[in-house]
Design a protein around this ligand. Structure first.
Ligand SMILES: Cc1cc2nc3c(=O)[nH]c(=O)nc-3n(C[C@H](O)[C@H](O)[C@H](O)COP(=O)(O)OP(=O)(O)OC[C@H]3O[C@@H](n4cnc5c(N)ncnc54)[C@H](O)[C@@H]3O)c2cc1C
Length: 394
């Protein structure tokens, strides 16, 4: 068993940290307050090779492993969780789905664009289909050699900002989940439009919006895989996506600990820095312990994603722990700041607002627990209904 990172992985993490602390951290609070999309930061991520990191080099990507991606994402998130989620969606559920499941000509058409500067979005969730992502209503009707798409997607990261959309729609309503197919859409396609960005609690610099499909014509060459393969591909790709969210959460938790340690050494009460009080030390120790556990579970899940087979339950454990730890650490950082923790200028409240989303997207904490329980109970008498526990969540 080897717990060490390779020299390249360490160097990558340090490079990501240096970039994120120098260029993302100084503007993160302002972008959050103004809800400003971090276009400039994203352009820098492309320049530095952080977009398309796991895409094979033949298509213009970095050809890196999932652990390297998690390490970079953690450092980006430590500086700015909003930029991190945009990168995470682009790199995992968009690039990976295309890399793994698209035909050769499709990969050659889309992956170089995604590695060069075209942002990607992943559109699974709908108003009536969230955790139960098999209940999609958007439909793709056969028309000539292609399809016509109608419906609505909700809560989609980067909707309107992204150039390419991996989007799921029903091609055969009688087949349930096996009747869902995946398509790749361009932003400019006639019939495709976007709602106004939602007003969010946290990660406010990222855009989250609805997508409207009003008779969007797509050729059959826009469908990834066979008809009916969409749900299976979404599930498989979410294994990488959830590791990404776990890494995002670890980054937020680390930022909370950094802030709490620094403030506790500088704030004095009763004639002493509050760091000298055991009550504060115990909080810091608990934060550090939980963060370390979450980090190693996340690194392990990332590593597992490069090993043969599916590792869905291990991924869910990492995502569940890391997201719960991020919220706890951010909450303790606010507490250690006392009343100032409640003020925008001190940074802790932004971390708490940003941390909160990690328990919700790419499968809520409840859904992660169902996935873990299903794995435990599989094959045992009275096992949990597979229909519920395999639900993917966008
Ligand atoms: C900021 C943001 C960005 C997002 N980005 C994307 C994106 O890029 N692409 C995309 O496709 N989606 C995206 N989503 C959607 C996100 O993945 C969903 O919100 C999430 O999967 C939960 O679905 P829901 O909101 O419909 O909640 P619901 O499914 O309605 O769940 C409501 C509550 O019921 C619980 N629940 C549901 N089913 C069960 C069950 N069987 N057992 C126990 N409890 C259950 C849930 O855990 C939750 O607590 C985003 C959401 C947000 C807020």
């Amino acid at each position: 068993m080897d717990f060490g990172l390779s020299g390249e992985q360490r160097a990558l993490k340090e490079a990501a940290r240096a970039f994120a602390q120098a260029e993302l951290a100084p503007v993160a609070a302002r972008n959050d307050a103004e809800g400003r999309f971090p276009r400039q930061a994203l352009n820098r991520l492309w320049e530095l090779g952080f977009m398309g990191m796991t895409v094979p080099a033949a298509y213009g990507g970095g050809g890196l492993d999932h652990l390297s991606h998690a390490l970079a994402l953690e450092e980006i998130s430590r500086a700015d969780a909003a930029t991190a989620v945009i990168m995470e969606v682009h790199n995992t559920v968009v690039c990976e789905l295309i890399s793994h499941f698209a035909a050769e000509e499709q990969k050659a058409a889309w992956l170089p664009r995604l590695c060069r500067g075209d942002l990607g979005a992943f559109a699974l969730t709908e108003p009536l289909a969230g955790s139960d992502a098999g209940a999609l209503r958007s439909r793709a009707e056969k028309r000539g050699h292609g399809y016509v798409l109608h419906g609505q997607k909700a809560l989609i990261t980067s909707a309107g900002e992204a150039a390419l959309y991996v989007l799921f729609a029903v091609t055969n309503a009688r087949r349930g989940r096996r009747g869902i197919s995946a398509f790749v859409l361009d932003r400019e396609m006639p019939g495709l439009s976007f709602g106004k960005p939602e007003e969010k609690m946290g990660i406010r610099a990222s855009v989250t919006a609805s997508i409207f499909l009003d008779g969007v014509h797509v050729g059959a060459d826009r469908r990834i895989g066979q008809e009916g393969d969409g749900y299976r591909m979404a599930l498989a790709t979410l294994d990488a996506g959830r590791v990404g969210i776990a890494a995002q959460a670890v980054g937020v938790a680390q930022a909370a600990l950094d802030l709490a340690v620094s403030y506790s050494k500088q704030r004095r009460q009763f004639g002493h820095p509050i760091a000298e009080f055991q009550a504060i030390q115990l909080k810091l120790a608990d934060m550090a312990m939980q963060l370390e556990a979450a980090r190693w579970l996340t690194y392990r899940a990332a590593w597992l994603n490069d090993q043969p087979g599916r590792h869905t339950a291990d991924v869910s454990k990492a995502k569940l722990l890391a997201s719960e730890v991020a919220v706890r650490c951010a909450d303790e950082a606010v507490q250690i700041h006392g009343g100032y923790g409640y003020l925008r200028d001190y940074g802790a409240e932004r971390l708490l607002r940003d941390a909160r989303i990690t328990r919700l997207y790419e499968g809520t904490s409840e859904i992660q627990r169902l996935v873990i329980a299903a794995d435990l109970l599989r094959g045992t008498p009275g096992g949990v209904a597979a229909g519920v526990v395999t639900t993917p969540s966008g």
